[in-house]
Design a protein around this ligand. Structure first.
Ligand code: PEP
Length: 251
């Protein structure tokens, strides 16, 4: 079993096209010699195609932050998996907690999106994670089990080479509060064992599980050295060339 680590940047609702091109171009020389880590950036829809041209032929891959489950039709404002491929994406983030919190994403819609994205050959970063209230009520593991079961419903084990899971405790996203290395490792081990019991130990051993929630150059080493943490999904620190390159180079 060898799981190549991943550092993925979620640019959220930041960066105009000029800024996005500057950020992507600035990253290229700083990470170009990294071959032992997969690097992914995730700009807003409107700049995907332009950024894809900047990173073409490099070791940086492109993800979208969401997608819809239908291919085409009267669905104003939505973007389909084929359109993401057309714009140069290889990956898509699905079920980010901000989508769940502000845009009515449920395990059911996550599941539909995941199936649609996989059917077109995109690799999915499936986000799961508990709120502070859920953690304090001792519901973390039940909630994660529910999100995993719901999100992965009907997915067969041979799709797992195109699924990455991101554990992102909602209370740690954009708050400056990081889960401790042990807190994160405990949950990652749980997620891996759940995948093992839903599927097989082979699938569990191979799936990459990223941690997300205020990851910075100062805290990446402790997290990444945990047995079940295979990289990070990074918001804030992915918005600057220096901090994102430092995260990549810390792996
Ligand atoms: C995220 O957006 O997925 C995230 C983890 O954000 P931040 O790193 O800013 O907490």
């Amino acid at each position: 079993m060898s799981r190549v680590p991943i550092i993925a940047g979620n640019w959220k609702l930041f960066k105009t096209s000029k800024e996005a091109i500057e950020l992507a171009s600035g990253l290229l020389p700083l990470v170009k010699n990294k071959s032992n880590v997969e690097i992914i950036i995730s700009p807003v829809f409107t700049v995907l195609e332009r950024v894809s041209k900047v990173i073409a032929g490099s070791n940086i891959k492109l993800a979208a932050q969401d997608c819809f489950w239908e291919e085409e039709g009267a669905f104003t404002g939505e973007v389909s998996p084929s359109m993401l491929l057309d714009a140069g994406c290889s990956h898509v983030i699905i079920g980010h907690s901000e989508r769940r919190q502000y845009f009515g994403e449920t395990d059911e819609t996550v599941n539909k999106k995941l199936k649609a994205a996989l059917s077109k050959g995109l690799t999915v970063i499936l986000c799961v994670g508990e709120t502070l209230q859920e953690r304090e009520m001792g519901k973390t593991f039940d909630l994660l089990q529910k999100q995993l079961k719901g999100g992965l419903s009907g997915i067969s084990s041979n799709s797992f080479d195109k699924i990455i899971i991101a554990y992102e405790p909602v209370w740690a996203i954009g708050t400056g509060k990081t889960a401790t290395d042990q807190q994160a490792e405990e949950v990652h081990a749980f997620i891996r064992s759940e995948i093992g019991s839903f599927y097989s130990s082979l699938v569990a051993d191979n799936i990459r599980i990223l941690y997300g929630g205020s990851v910075k150059p100062e805290n990446i080493s402790g997290l990444i050295s945990q047995k079940n943490i295979d990289g990070a999904l990074v918001g804030g620190a992915s918005l600057q060339v220096e901090s994102f390159a430092a995260l990549v180079n810390a792996v």
